[in-house]
Design a protein around this ligand. Sequence first.
Ligand code: HEC
Ligand code: HEC
Ligand code: HEC
Length: 436
Amino acid sequence: MLRKFPVRIAILVVLGLALMTTALVMAENDDVARDAVAQDPDLPGADGAMLLDYVLNQNPYTDWGSWTADRWTDFDAFLQSGAPHGETVRIFANHIAQEGVMADGFDGTLPYGSIVVKENYGGTVEAPGELAALTIQYKVEGYNPAAGDWFWVKASGDGSVIDAEGMVEGCINCHGQDGNADYLLRYAFGEEPVVTYSDPLPAGDGAAILDYIINTSTYTEWSSFPAQGDLDFSGYLASNSPHGSSVRIFVNDRALDAIARDTFDGTLPPGSVVVKEGFEGTVDAPGEVAAITLMYKVDGFNPEANDWYWVAATADGSAVNVEGMVDGCIDCHGQDGNSDYLLAYDLPEGAMMGDEMMDDEMMEDESMDEEMMDEPALDGEALVAQRCTTCHTIDRINNANYDRAGWDSTVARMEGYGAQLDAAERAAVLDYLASR
Ligand code: HEC
Ligand code: HEC
Ligand code: HEC
């Protein structure tokens, strides 16, 4: 485009933009630095004992939290590691580091005052055992410009003994390897890290994802969603979705670990994969797999629809039918009341929020309108026609004949899939279905 302008104007434009950008970046960096000092006037000097006292007593690192989950790692947990830091680690980053990464003008170098603390354990992720050592990186302005101004510390687990501190060559050489992000090895500000443990996840690409679930981390060895009440998600499940008359659903470890965590917020972390096999046959005689559909969460891929990458493929994964931001998948899976675009399963926190919202709405309605009691009864038939046909046709319902208790449990199962009914609507639907 610029070539079409007279050269002199082009140069002026470029210079102007460059100046503006520089000014913005400088303002941004100044802000970050000023904020850091304002919020943390007591940041320690470049000294091992002072730094340990700070992270253990004055501003305990265990309160900090860690990096935001990316496609490779969910940092809110014990992580599998390897030499030289021990089998299992936990990584904490102070708010200066976390906010630095999030800042609009972030340029790939953490701001001064950033501290990253790593706990090192000898045991496994499930049973880490005692805290064996602390290793710390602390960014101090002007301390060692040749190596990113990092001050390094290695200490015993309780911080009482310092093994190494300062410009430690061993730390610098290994952490300075090619492709690192500001001397970090496990976290690369959303890019692929230099080091990953366990299977590195595939790119957002149909063929790569299929290769991964078939050859790298075989999905048939994964578990399914944990049971919810009467709903058991393991084995063959009857289905009336477009996915076949029976299905099997498999969920990878990242997704299951996240669901199991107390702090789970109802949205699966990047790296989560849900694979579904579709069958033409019944639950008892499903026959051969007819097709594979899957959802793979890739951070930043499609934020408007929770970053899911969708794939529909042949049974053996050899051919991809559709992939990416597939409108059909997104529209049906994105219907009201879903949790994180899942239809078979209500993610724990998502389910809770749904209930709360429903209660709130009902309370609002009641307080807003006392006359509600006198309102005409809800039309159960119309509700069924409207709410019960988003996933299957009305035939499915017309072919079934249950008493009220039978419909009660069927409708409860449908709500588990995502059918939307508040308490009053549910009663009207049951009245209608049981009276037909
Ligand atoms: C032989 C290579 C090697 C050496 C030497 C080494 N580290 Fe590391 N370090 C790693 C790797 C690999 C990771 C990331 C993997 C992980 O999670 O354990 C890491 C991670 C860390 C982290 C977490 C932040 C990050 O990089 O993602 C800290 C803090 C850390 N190391 C401190 C130290 C200190 C302090 C020393 C020196 C006493 C040191 N390391 C020496 C390989 C090394
Ligand atoms: C018309 C609605 C509809 C469309 C379109 C649709 N799905 Fe589904 N999908 C469902 C329903 C309903 C379920 C849960 C019940 C079941 O599996 O029988 C489901 C379940 C799934 C699951 C298991 C995880 C979950 O959500 O519970 C995956 C994976 C999946 N679909 C992938 C896809 C992909 C990929 C596409 C697009 C190629 C797609 N779906 C299109 C209705 C739909
Ligand atoms: C979000 C998707 C979805 C909605 C909405 C939905 N269903 Fe279903 N329905 C399914 C799926 C998936 C199956 C097959 C799996 C099963 O039976 O559990 C099914 C199967 C059925 C069946 C046949 C199985 C049986 O137990 O007889 C009936 C009847 C049925 N639904 C009734 C209803 C009614 C009534 C409503 C409205 C209250 C409703 N569905 C709304 C997904 C849905």
